[in-house]
Design a protein around this ligand. Structure first.
Ligand SMILES: CC(=O)SCCNC(=O)CCNC(=O)[C@H](O)C(C)(C)COP(=O)(O)OP(=O)(O)OC[C@H]1O[C@@H](n2cnc3c(N)ncnc32)[C@H](O)[C@@H]1OP(=O)(O)O
Ligand SMILES: O=CC(=O)O
Ligand SMILES: [Mg+2]
Length: 536
């Protein structure tokens, strides 16, 4: 099998049987056209992130934009939101693996976000096979038999509403060279999904619904909006057929909530509190501000003042504009082998969901099917209506710029450093093997949570942070800790897994990142270079 020829396009990825249906001549022409239309603006916006960082490094602090005050102060609402997005009380998320797609759609959650981003290593096969899986799921032809167990999977009568998260603006798809350059990963994921499924979805009373990750400004949202306008026009579907929920998961985006909603108002379904990337973004953007250094990752919870302020502001803003304020992901997952620890973990999930529901969120995220009933019971109790848009909760909230960036108090400990090294390495190890989400120490770890771990170690070293026992976090201490954690992991996983694993490669990458003087914008950028160089 060979891929069709499209002028200016070189496909570096393997021509696996079945991929030709997704990478058809028409679909390829569509995504190549998207890339050519929007690549300059994407590059400009990525360069603007670097410029902004320089200003923050020089002492500038984020604030609400004076030039958009009319949007913030004006009375306007988003376009009507479709019926199958009105009730989003529990949304399960997960990678686009075929079995997990079926399990997620059957989980009893109202919605399922199929994730080409934080929980997926963007191997060529993962991305294209993921598109096949979603196309088959939408067409209700997604049966699957697990080869090892013979267990078979088929779609339930009433599956969850499907939403898709394409990659962020920073990631490219290196297997698709357009005019000699890798195209945008996000446009590849969005374009193929939209091209193949818009008609089937709308004929079934749903639509092409997206989650948009890691944006830093309303201008980045404008770019997505322009992509949507063009894509709808190109395929002859009405404006507003696409609906998007934007993850507010960067510290800068939180100052542009109204503006982001406004840019996407014809396509807007809501905002979501992507707490893990948000914490990462706080560390990253304030990396050169020692007064904003964060304590141990475990201490930066949703109840520390700056996180609480942001989530409440998201609720207030969404409801004022007539769209949904989705909660985020508790990292705890079911612990099968230990009922006592499991009960403790589930109590944390319950507390998190209680807070979200009482604060006024319209729904929440769960990482695992076992958490659906827990979150659902809480939202059913606190939120008997389909959503809380009309509840008035947080309507009187006022939040200052300083509250949104106030560093929480807390300590930096050896245990925190150790855990960051262990998790940073453990997650990267899986990622290099093509697995983008793993359970580590009974918590869900994905690209966002792992970024916190490596960014903290970089920042603590950069600012010579003191542990609570008085020692300084320096290169020697980090190297010793990494060495010890590798020994611990080797003992835990045993010879066979160690030999088949990539912990040494992961540790090398982790150390490279945390010992550099400059901060690498995303850990997945060098990791992606590596997997692509290895043929992934
Ligand atoms: C910061 C953010 O971006 S959050 C969003 C990104 N993160 C996520 O989406 C988390 C996704 N979750 C997962 O990948 C998994 O739940 C993990 C890796 C955390 C844990 O996985 P495991 O340890 O394999 O879970 P476990 O063994 O308990 O799974 C039991 C069953 O549930 C299924 N399952 C677990 N999580 C999910 C999920 N999120 N979606 C669908 N099915 C799932 C498994 O496939 C398995 O199915 P089976 O019994 O038919 O074989
Ligand atoms: O994408 C979600 C997050 O928390 O990050
Ligand atoms: Mg995220």
């Amino acid at each position: 099998m060979a891929f069709p020829t499209v002028p200016g396009l070189e496909i570096k990825g393997a021509a696996v049987a079945g991929f030709e249906a997704i990478l058809s001549a028409e679909a390829l022409a569509f995504v190549v056209d998207l890339e050519r239309r929007f690549r300059d603006e994407r590059k400009r916006l990525l360069a603007a992130r670097e410029e902004r960082q320089k200003r923050i490094d020089a002492g500038e602090l984020p604030g609400f934009l004076p030039e958009t005050s009319a949007i913030r102060n004006g009375e306007w609402k988003v376009a009507p939101i479709p019926a199958d997005l009105q009730n989003r009380r529990v949304e399960i998320t997960g990678p686009v693996d075929r079995k997990m797609v079926i399990n997620a759609l059957n989980s009893g959650a109202s919605c399922y976000m199929a994730d080409f981003e934080d929980s997926t290593t963007p191997l060529w096969t993962n991305q294209v096979q993921g598109q096949i899986n979603l196309r088959d799921a939408i067409a209700r032809k997604v049966d699957f038999t697990e080869p090892s167990s013979g267990k078979s999977y088929k779609l339930a009568e009433k599956p969850a509403t499907l939403l898709v998260r394409p990659r962020g603006w920073h990631l490219s798809e290196k297997h698709m060279l357009v005019d000699g350059e890798p195209m945008s990963g996000g446009l590849f994921d969005f374009g193929l999904y939209f091209f193949h499924n818009v008609r089937e979805l709308t004929s079934r009373g749903s639509g092409p619904y997206f989650y948009l990750p890691k944006m830093e400004s309303h201008l980045e949202a404008r770019l997505w909006n322009n992509v949507f306008l063009h894509a709808q026009q190109a395929l002859g579907v009405p404006v507003g057929t696409i609906k998007a929920t934007v993850l507010i998961e960067t510290i800068l985006a939180t100052f542009e909530l109204d503006e982001i909603i406004y840019e996407l108002r014809e396509h807007m379904a809501g905002l979501n509190c992507g707490r893990w990337d948000y914490i990462f973004s706080y560390i990253k953007r304030f990396r050169n501000h020692p007064d904003r250094m964060l304590p141990d990752r475990a201490e930066v919870t949703m109840t520390v003042p700056f996180m609480r302020a942001y989530s409440r502001l998201v609720i207030k803003t969404c409801h004022r504009r007539g769209c949904f304020a989705m909660g985020g992901m508790a990292a705890q997952i079911p612990i099968k082998a230990d009922p006592h620890k499991n009960e403790e973990a589930m109590a944390k999930v319950r507390a998190d969901k209680e807070r979200e529901a009482n604060d006024g969120h319209d729904g929440t995220w769960v990482a695992h099917p076992g958490l659906v009933p827990i979150a659902k019971e809480i939202f059913d109790r606190v939120m008997p209506e389909p959503n809380q848009v009309e509840s008035g909760k947080q309507a009187d909230l006022t939040v200052s710029a300083e509250e949104l960036i106030a560093a929480p108090k807390g300590s930096i400990t050896e245990a925190g450093l150790r855990m960051n090294c262990n998790v940073g390495i453990g997650y990267t190890e899986a990622w290099l093997r093509g697995i983008g989400c793993v359970p580590l120490h009974n918590l869900m770890e994905d690209a966002a949570t792992a970024e916190i771990s490596r960014a903290q170690v970089w920042q603590w070293r950069r600012h010579k942070a003191k542990l609570d026992d008085g020692r300084t976090v320096d290169t020697a201490l980090i190297r010793k800790t990494v060495e010890q954690e590798l020994e611990t992991i080797a003992k835990e996983v045993g010879d066979n897994r160690w030999k088949g694993g990539r912990w040494n490669d992961a540790a090398k990458l982790f150390l490279e990142l945390v010992e550099r003087d400059d901060f690498v914008e995303f850990l997945t950028l060098p990791a992606y270079e590596r997997v692509v160089a290895e043929g992934g």
